[in-house]
Design a protein around this ligand. Structure first.
Ligand SMILES: N[C@@H](CCC(=O)N[C@@H](CS)C(=O)NCC(=O)O)C(=O)O
Length: 216
């Protein structure tokens, strides 16, 4: 039995939900008791972060560690290439997303509430985000997905990040444009049958969250 500790708006949590669904695993999701970072949650998951899993008593935090564990224990369908260099390149993309793109995208969450906005911060982060998206286009060669035809761990984090970027372009007029190859990749990824459901859920949750911030 797999229990996923998660909060609905977590982008790293969305990545794990896609993997669990793609592998057709039985899983349930629960919120961290008293919220992430709480003492009650740290008594279960010492890192205090979401997502985390409990798989038959084995507890693990960090989305990349969870993704690789799930792909090892439930290898069908595989979500990492076999060849060492292709596998390493896929991991490079995954890490680039998790360490270079997602934190920057997430840093805008504080800017959604109109009263909190800092025009200088929005502009500086937008320039950096544009650079990192351009870097991604140089690192990756999606065809049509990050490792070819099949959905891979390297794809899964981008679903939430693309959704957040679209929201920010909409409400903050964020001056960021996806490079053409990444825009084409986005279309293929979001249309993938095992992604479309989580994409719709995440978009709805994010829209609801943004509405509360916009009206704050
Ligand atoms: N590297 C971690 C990052 C997870 C993360 O930062 N999660 C946020 C919520 S989206 C969190 O739990 N923050 C709580 C904290 O930092 O105490 C992963 O990939 O799972």
């Amino acid at each position: 039995m797999i229990t996923l500790y998660n909060v609905p708006v977590s982008s790293y949590g969305s990545k794990i939900r896609i993997i669990l669904d793609h592998k057709q695993l039985d899983w349930t999701e629960i919120p961290p008791p008293d919220g992430y970072g709480s003492g009650a949650y740290k008594a279960i998951i010492p890192a205090g972060t979401v997502p985390a899993i409990d798989h038959d008593g084995f507890r693990l935090a960090d989305s990349e560690a969870i993704a690789e564990y799930l792909d090892t224990v439930f290898p069908t369908p595989p979500m990492r290439p076999d060849a060492p260099q292709a596998a390493a390149s896929a991991r490079e993309i995954s890490r680039f997303h998790d360490t270079r793109i997602e934190p920057l995208v997430r840093s805008y969450f504080s800017q959604v509430t109109p009263a909190n906005r800092d025009a200088a911060l929005i502009a500086a982060n937008a320039a950096l985000l544009q650079t990192r998206l351009d870097d991604l286009a140089a690192i990756a060669a999606p065809a049509p997905l990050m490792t070819g035809d099949n959905l891979a761990i390297a794809d899964c984090g981008f679903v939430a990040s693309f959704t957040i970027i679209a929201l920010l372009q909409d409400i903050l007029d964020l001056p960021v444009t996806l490079p053409p190859a990444i825009a084409t990749y986005r279309e293929s990824l979001l249309a993938h049958p095992d992604v479309a459901g989580e994409y719709a859920r995440y978009r709805a949750v994010l829209d609801e969250w943004a509405a509360t911030k916009l009206n704050a």
